[in-house]
Design a protein around this ligand. Structure first.
Ligand code: SF4
Length: 218
């Protein structure tokens, strides 16, 4: 085995162990060694009919799912491309509420602990609300860089890694974009308002996870 193969072996071994724990929590879970395989898995998991909600996810962007769906002609709830630039805040919020009528939603998670629990941080709560009580099918693509050893490390990851990077991506005027770390800013422009942990999928198999053996998203 060369070095690349040895690293790939370790990632897949860790993922297979995690998948068993996720399945015990009612999730369905799959492993993709790379982005291409992950894109195919995610697209195969989609329901055949109904609209698909695309929630903010750099991982889904990176593996090419969103681009493919935008070219597919399927009915989408896609805030990133379908909200008109001149929409007022109420129109934009109502559009986002469309995820609750979609057949499926796509997103990622900000962290996963070694027992298979999912951790997220959200600005207005549309993404986490959809995961918990939204469409009948929730499909999450998660790079193994988001796997943490403990719940404490998962909480630290979402606040100290995921959020400052998302602030930087969005160009928000919050203190984390100067220092690269969270200052618990309590500002109106904070995107750190809803912190969630998903312990199980209920109904069982509603939440479908594709773990990917690459570093993806934040
Ligand atoms: S709480 Fe404020 S400082 Fe901390 S990551 Fe969120 S926006 Fe940045």
């Amino acid at each position: 085995m060369n070095n690349g193969e040895i690293i790939a072996w370790q990632r897949e071994t860790k993922a297979r162990e995690l998948i068993k724990k996720m399945e015990n929590r009612g999730f369905t879970a799959h492993y993709a060694v790379n982005s291409e395989m992950a894109r195919k898995l995610v697209l195969d998991l989609l329901p055949v009919v109904g609209s698909i909600a695309l929630l903010g996810s750099q991982t889904m962007n990176q593996i090419g799912v969103y681009e493919q769906l935008r070219q597919s002609g399927r009915s989408l709830v896609d805030h990133a491309t379908q909200t008109k630039p001149d929409s007022n805040p109420e129109e934009a919020l109502n559009y986002k509420r469309g995820i609750f009528h979609a057949a499926a939603m796509l997103a990622s998670a900000n962290a996963v602990d070694s027992e298979g629990r999912l951790y997220n941080i959200d600005g207005i709560g549309n993404r986490v609300a959809g995961m918990i009580f939204g469409p009948d099918s929730v499909i999450l693509a998660i790079g193994l860089n988001k796997l943490t050893a403990t719940p404490q490390e998962a909480w630290r990851r979402i606040r100290q890694i995921a959020s400052p990077l998302n602030n930087k991506r969005l160009g928000l005027p919050n203190p984390c974009i100067r220092s690269g770390r969270c200052h618990d800013c309590q500002t109106l422009s904070s995107i750190c308002n809803y912190f969630t942990i998903i312990d199980r999928s209920k109904p069982e198999k509603r939440i479908k996870i594709v773990l990917i053996g690459e570093d993806l998203g934040y």
